[in-house]
Design a protein around this ligand. Structure first.
Ligand SMILES: Nc1nc2c(ncn2[C@@H]2O[C@H](COP(=O)(O)OP(=O)(O)OP(=O)(O)O)[C@@H](O)[C@H]2O)c(=O)[nH]1
Ligand SMILES: [Mg+2]
Length: 307
């Protein structure tokens, strides 16, 4: 797998919400209230599974914009992804946004013609879609930028920090990469266990949809999946997670010498159920395990958003 650090710029005018998007993606909601205009370029490293990505947050004030374009080759070469953020609530600056966009587009055509240009129609806050003028504006702006982007490949997203899922959805596709999207959940889970020593005690993982269809699994080598899958399904069926709305639970499968933690995972439109198994012998403290599993859940939640 590609171990190179991928660089993803996020550009747009001052105050369009770039830094807010990154903080929301990282679930650093407390930071949102204290944001100041970004000075120059601020780099944020994100590690996900075996991929390391650096998001380059290009402060959007005019005094910086000129400098970026001056060194366009340095900043915009060999990119796979770029985010361009448009503040849909700030219609006065639309012509300035278009000007900046044209400059970025020209640089991309020259230095990264194969880039995926992610157009973020931002600050489209919950409730706005019921305002027909706003909905029309979003349509017009989307069409406009899509055609301006041509011949670059582009995608449109609508986001608001007040709808964090919209942000995670827009950013995760680009940040996590398509290989993960189409990739096999099995491989992803296995890799994750391998690469995170602190959860080395994990023997198995299962992910179910609400109707108990298995979406993915991981079994440590030497473990018989069939027996455990049966046991796991029994547990879920017995507890009817949908009805009881259980958030999490602990169970033992003595025949397999296994301790199971279950957890409800928030997906895009649905909830999923994650089941993580540990060997009895390795379990000294269930609370400690739960703590570790929390980290795993955060990652799986991101994956499940668009599977
Ligand atoms: N209503 C609304 N406001 C938002 C949203 N996202 C960001 N903001 C606000 O927009 C303002 C600017 O946000 P920043 O994230 O600092 O903008 P920026 O693009 O990083 O600005 P520069 O660093 O100067 O380029 C802040 O007051 C945010 O709270 C959103 O989705 N909806
Ligand atoms: Mg900023």
């Amino acid at each position: 797998m590609n171990k190179m650090v991928e660089k993803i710029p996020i550009v747009g005018l001052q105050n369009s919400g770039k830094t807010s998007l990154i903080r929301t993606f990282q679930r650093e909601f407390k930071a949102l209230a204290k944001l100041k205009p970004t000075k120059g370029i601020e780099r944020t490293k994100i590690t996900f599974l075996d991929q390391e990505i650096v998001i380059w947050d290009f402060g959007g004030q005019e005094k910086y914009r000129g400098k970026y374009m001056h060194k366009a080759e340095v900043y915009f070469s060999d990119l796979e992804q770029l985010f361009f953020v448009i503040d849909i609530q700030d219609q006065n600056q639309l012509s300035e946004v278009i000007n900046y966009f044209q400059l970025i587009r020209t640089a991309l055509l020259e230095y990264s013609p194969h880039v995926m240009l992610n157009l973020i129609i931002h600050k489209y806050d919950p409730g706005m879609e019921s305002d027909s003028n706003m909905a029309k504006l979003v349509d017009t702006v989307s069409t406009k930028f899509k055609s301006l982007a041509d011949p670059l490949t582009s995608k449109i997203y609508q986001t608001s920090i007040f709808n964090p899922i919209s942000v995670i959805h827009a950013l995760s596709k680009a940040v996590l990469g398509n290989n993960i999207l189409s990739g096999n959940l099995e491989v992803i889970l296995g890799k994750f266990v391998e690469e995170n020593n602190f959860i080395e005690q994990i023997e198995m993982m299962l992910i179910y949809s609400p109707d108990l269809v298995e979406l993915g699994s991981y079994f440590r080598e030497g473990i018989d999946p069939q027996e455990l899958k049966m046991a796991a399904k029994d547990i879920f069926e017995a507890f009817e997670p949908k009805k009881l709305k259980i958030q999490s639970g602990e169970f033992s499968i003595d025949s397999a010498n296994m301790e199971l933690l279950t957890h409800r995972i928030k997906g895009g439109d649905d909830d999923y159920f994650l089941l993580v198994g540990f060997k009895h012998d390795n379990v000294y403290n269930v609370l400690d395990l739960k703590d570790k599993v929390r980290y795993l859940i955060d990652h799986i939640e991101k994956i499940m958003l668009y599977i």
